[in-house]
Ligand binder design. Structure first.
Ligand code: GTP
Ligand code: MG
Length: 315
């Protein structure tokens, strides 16, 4: 019996038959039940609304989703928010002072737009002292496309006056090859975060394996559900440990659109509403790139230009 299944079974009102039906309907974890609607659970398990509501409430408790807190506590917690510089002051202002802790930041854009470069740069910059735009911390880099380059870390670290070997030792790299693995790594990341002074968690590219594994319209619901569950874990880590979660996302061409950007981030709405801050990258001339804020609750809409140089991301 899997750990997840055991957790489902431990919910009051969930017996073996119910747990089995939940699992068959795609609710494999307590978290997925916690974010489900009453109607969805009713339909999945063929039980009454009352019982479904009870199960969801129990799942929410078990998933340790926070209850209401007073606003002064929120303010208290926000005081601990830290920022990691991107290397470009213009880009930093666009991000609201850099990439924030206690938040999930998503950068999406076409190939070669600089998403992986920024992921490398942040893994270096998080190690800088606070007065230089860092958090004196370590990074976890989850690589789903085999594009992590230690050599690039070395050049970027040297350019910021860091000891390159030490910079490499401060980055924990994990290679994810399947979405199952990716979700597991996220859970494991929590353990590393607890032990080490990790202040940045990178997923580059968050959605590529989901895109590869879930093909065709009929798999869309399952994909979104799994992605939502994954993001719940990431938000929890960001929140609980005051970590900056930075994820990258590709765009899919939309041949059905004639106006505006003929591109759309993979993951659609789930990711759209789940990321705290979303920035869209596009290529410009040469090594120039343009970044734009997309529907952020805190940041004003705007654009900024940055360059990718030998030394890394710069104004
Ligand atoms: P996909 O992952 O394919 O979607 O693209 P991406 O957005 O991750 O692009 P990435 O960050 O890999 O950007 C690639 C660009 O960064 C290249 O086109 C180069 O212009 C630049 N670049 C990458 N490595 C170096 C380097 O070592 N030196 C310099 N000067 N530029 C680099
Ligand atoms: Mg990339």
């Amino acid at each position: 019996m899997s750990e997840e299944f055991r957790r489902l079974l431990s919910l009051p009102g969930v017996g073996e038959a119910t747990a089995e039906r939940l699992r068959e309907a795609g609710y494999e974890t307590v978290e997925s039940v916690a974010v489900a609607s009453v109607d969805e659970i009713c339909e999945a398990v063929e039980i009454g609304k009352m019982q479904a509501r009870r199960i969801i409430e129990a799942a929410r408790k078990a998933a340790e989703i926070e209850d209401f807190v007073t606003a002064d506590k929120v303010l208290e917690k926000r005081k601990n928010v830290g920022w990691i510089t991107t290397g470009s002051s213009q880009l930093d202002s666009l991000f609201g002072g850099g990439v924030q802790t206690q938040a999930v930041t998503e950068v999406f854009g076409e190939f070669g737009s600089g998403k992986t470069q920024l992921a490398h740069q942040l893994s270096v910059n998080v190690q800088l002292p606070e007065e230089e735009g860092g958090l004196n911390g370590k990074a976890i880099f989850v690589d789903t496309e085999n594009t992590f380059r230690p050599r690039r870390i070395i050049s970027m670290a040297k350019a910021r006056g860091l000891d390159p070997s030490e910079a490499l030792r401060n980055i924990f790299v994990a290679r994810a090859r399947t979405t199952d693995r990716q979700l597991l790594i996220a859970e494991k990341a929590q353990e590393v975060v607890e032990k080490e002074n990790v202040r940045l968690l990178v997923f580059d590219t968050l959605t590529s394996l989901f895109r590869a594994e879930f093909i065709g319209r009929e798999t869309l619901a399952a994909r979104q559900q799994k992605l939502a569950r994954h993001l719940l874990t990431l938000h929890r880590i960001a929140d609980l440990y005051n970590v900056a979660v930075f994820v990258t996302n590709q765009v899919q061409a939309r041949p059905d659109l004639f106006f505006g950007d003929a591109t759309r981030p993979i993951g659609g709405h789930v990711l759209g509403h789940s990321a705290t801050t979303r920035i869209y990258f596009r290529k410009s001339r040469g090594n120039k790139r343009i970044a734009r804020v997309v529907d952020s609750p805190e940041l004003p809409e705007g654009e900024s230009v940055f360059v990718i140089t030998e030394e890394g991301i710069r104004d």
